[in-house]
Design a protein around this ligand. Structure first.
Ligand SMILES: CC(C)(COP(=O)(O)OP(=O)(O)OC[C@H]1O[C@@H](n2cnc3c(N)ncnc32)[C@H](O)[C@@H]1OP(=O)(O)O)[C@@H](O)C(=O)NCCC(=O)NCCS
Length: 129
């Protein structure tokens, strides 16, 4: 069974078994925006319990995400998968994902913690209001 509910800025999808009501998989995703592509859906943390893998649950979760995408006028969704996780990369590729890191040499960059504070501090100093 697929259930969708709002969670802060995101939407969480669970797969639950009718018999025991156990959550066996989930996918977190949220709306984002790309100046080239318009509204997009960003997906994180696709996960299916090991004993339930290979039954189409991961694909079903992404089917649901695709439906949510289209309902939000997003014609693209994005994921980040770790370089070591070849299995996940293969899984996404099978569903039509293009690896833009290897194809277009994109790097994913994070600014964390103290650097965010430092950057914001500069803005507060130069534009106090
Ligand atoms: C990736 C994952 C969500 C797939 O879930 P799943 O329910 O097993 O996927 P499905 O049953 O829908 O499989 C769909 C297809 O992908 C293939 N596939 C699934 N998991 C795979 C894996 N680990 N390695 C290679 N292929 C895989 C299946 O063989 C299937 O192909 P087929 O339709 O040709 O038989 C699951 O393996 C998982 O939770 N992995 C750990 C977390 C993870 O890596 N998440 C993704 C990165 S955030």
């Amino acid at each position: 069974r697929l259930i969708a509910g709002r969670n802060l800025s995101g939407l969480l999808v669970w797969w639950r078994l009718w018999s025991c009501h156990t959550i066996v998989g989930y996918q977190f995703h949220y709306l984002s925006y790309c100046t080239w592509d318009g509204p997009i859906l960003f997906g994180e943390d696709l996960y299916v319990l090991p004993e339930f893998r290979g039954r189409g649950i991961g694909t079903s979760l992404l089917n649901k995400v695709a439906k949510v995408s289209l309902e939000g006028n997003c014609f693209q969704f994005r994921f980040v998968s770790a370089k070591w996780n070849q299995a996940a990369t293969d899984f996404f590729s099978k569903l039509g994902a293009v690896n833009v890191t290897s194809q277009n040499y994109w790097n994913v960059l994070h600014v964390d913690g103290e650097h965010v504070w430092k950057l914001a501090e500069e803005a507060r100093r130069s534009h106090p209001k």
